[in-house]
Design a protein around this ligand. Structure first.
Ligand SMILES: Cc1cc2nc3c(=O)[nH]c(=O)nc-3n(C[C@H](O)[C@H](O)[C@H](O)COP(=O)(O)OP(=O)(O)OC[C@H]3O[C@@H](n4cnc5c(N)ncnc54)[C@H](O)[C@@H]3O)c2cc1C
Length: 441
């Protein structure tokens, strides 16, 4: 079949790659392929324009990377140095050991922690005695406050989730963002009890994985393996036998269309075919982000950099929400005589001065960086807001009603890179192999 894949981020490129493997003639359209993923080499440091890693426990990105012959490029985070600081009253306080996202699983680190008041520690202890209950979908803030109190929202849930989803826990859906914990609430009442019961033996592998020479290598390799046209799709229209796709002012015929350009960009394209689907896609909110990456001479950084970095909860925040100490988290990416700080913010307009003043204040530095790089990502993070799963269920019902059409990407069942790859794998399985090809594994 001739298949148009609209959007060449990780979802669209991996879809194009798998479709080719299934014997289809797939064309990926994207004027700026890769989306936020890309790498930059500067002063001997390997830096990322957007995502820097993925959660190792989700296998789909790693499967793809191995299949592409890039297994030797896989690198794990330096978990021996794994520690995260959280800013509390202007000082770095260690995030207690044993936390699984927002849930404590070890008693003593929480008891000894300076991050929480005794009131919150007490709330965490008595959480184990709750009775099972099923609640309608509610915000992450409401869920966490119900289990552990408001301080756990402000100093745990908010900074942790703001870094991953680029959004506020007041809006994010507990059912979509913390599905396991919602399930534990229904089954055991207590999320602490549920997490302890399900606690797996450490796998021995790193928590995060990335690519030794940068995530950009994954995109470059995929680009080389697919038929990519560096143009935007302007419109699509259902035809008798399939689809017409408007690119560079010309209509081209395809048997099937895969949309992988984000819910926000898909909405106007699908509107003439299904206005309700377009409405549902447009209703998924998006947030923006910015990454400032500053490089310093190591000798001018007084801190020991003995952690992966720090989080800044909202009550303490100025410009930076989260900062990664790159050389500690990833061995081999920063030469010993340099220190690199990757500063994340959900304000895409944060200026160099604002980010730098904040970093210098927090790190007790006053030197000038030897390099500063900014990557802005406007409207790039879909928000799984309260009611997300019901909205996605309706989206999927409508998609099923449109022949020869698939919708993939980060807006539906997971924002991380592995989830995007999985969405591509599932779409290709749904499409099936080309005539005369063997089954898809
Ligand atoms: C700053 C940042 C940091 C992140 N960090 C991490 C991380 O550490 N780990 C992790 O797992 N995930 C991370 N994520 C999330 C993850 O990177 C994304 O969810 C994922 O890359 C999205 O891939 P995608 O292909 O679904 O969408 P996108 O990458 O958004 O790709 C969509 C593509 O569609 C194209 N497009 C739009 N309209 C059209 C059109 N009309 N015609 C043709 N093409 C079109 C765009 O150019 C774009 O390339 C991060 C995201 C951001 C923004």
């Amino acid at each position: 079949m001739k298949i148009a894949v609209i959007g060449g981020g990780i979802s669209g490129l991996s879809c194009g790659y798998y479709l080719k493997g299934a014997g289809h003639d797939a064309v990926v359209f994207d004027p700026r392929p890769g989306g936020a993923i890309g790498s930059v080499n500067i002063e001997g440091c390997i830096l990322e324009t957007g995502p820097e890693s993925w959660l190792a426990m989700k296998p789909w990105a790693e499967q793809l990377i191995r299949e592409l012959g890039l297994g030797d490029e896989l690198a794990g985070s330096n978990d021996a140095g794994r520690k995260t600081y959280v800013l509390r009253h202007g000082h770095f306080v260690t995030l207690p050991e044993g936390l699984q996202m927002v849930v404590p699983t070890k008693i003593w680190p929480v008891v000894e922690s300076q991050l929480f008041s005794w009131n919150t520690k007490f709330r965490m202890a008595i959480e184990m005695f709750r009775s099972p209950k099923a609640m309608p979908d509610r915000s992450v803030s409401a869920f966490v406050a119900d289990h552990f109190g408001e301080e756990a929202v402000a100093y745990l849930a908010e900074p942790l989730l703001a870094g991953v989803y680029g959004g506020s826990p007041d809006d994010l859906s507990a059912a979509s963002v913390l599905p396991k914990f919602v399930e534990y609430e229904q089954r055991y009442g207590s999320v602490v009890v549920g997490t302890m019961r399900d606690k797996r033996k450490p796998s021995g592998q790193s928590i995060f994985k990335s690519m030794r020479h940068g995530m950009g290598m994954l995109i470059d390799t995929l680009i080389a393996r697919v038929h990519l046209v560096r143009s935007a799709v302007e419109a699509i229209s259902k035809s008798e036998s399939g689809w017409l796709v408007l690119v560079d002012g010309e209509w081209q015929a395809f048997d099937h269309v895969v949309m992988a350009c984000g819910a926000n960009h898909s909405a106007p394209l699908i509107a003439p075919t299904d206005s309700r689907l377009s409405e549902l896609l447009a209703a998924i909110p998006y947030t923006s982000s910015s990454i400032w990456t500053f490089g310093y001479r190591r000798s001018e950084v007084p801190h020991s950099l003995d952690a992966f970095g720090f989080l800044v909860p909202k009550p303490e925040r100025r410009a930076i929400m989260a900062c990664t100490w790159l050389g500690t988290k990833w061995l081999g990416r920063v030469p010993d005589d340099k220190a690199v700080f990757r500063c994340f913010s959900t304000n895409p307009d944060v200026t160099r001065e604002e980010a730098l003043d904040d970093l210098n204040r927090l790190m007790g530095m006053n030197a000038e960086p030897i390099f500063a790089l900014n990557h802005r990502w406007p409207n790039s993070m879909p928000q799984y807001s309260v009611g997300h799963s019901a909205r996605v269920a309706e989206i999927e019902t409508r998609v099923k009603g449109i022949p020869a059409f698939s919708l993939i990407g980060n807006a539906f069942h997971g924002i991380g890179i592995p989830d995007c790859v999985r969405s591509a794998q599932e779409a290709v399985k749904g499409i099936g192999p080309a005539a005369g090809q063997g089954p898809i594994n």
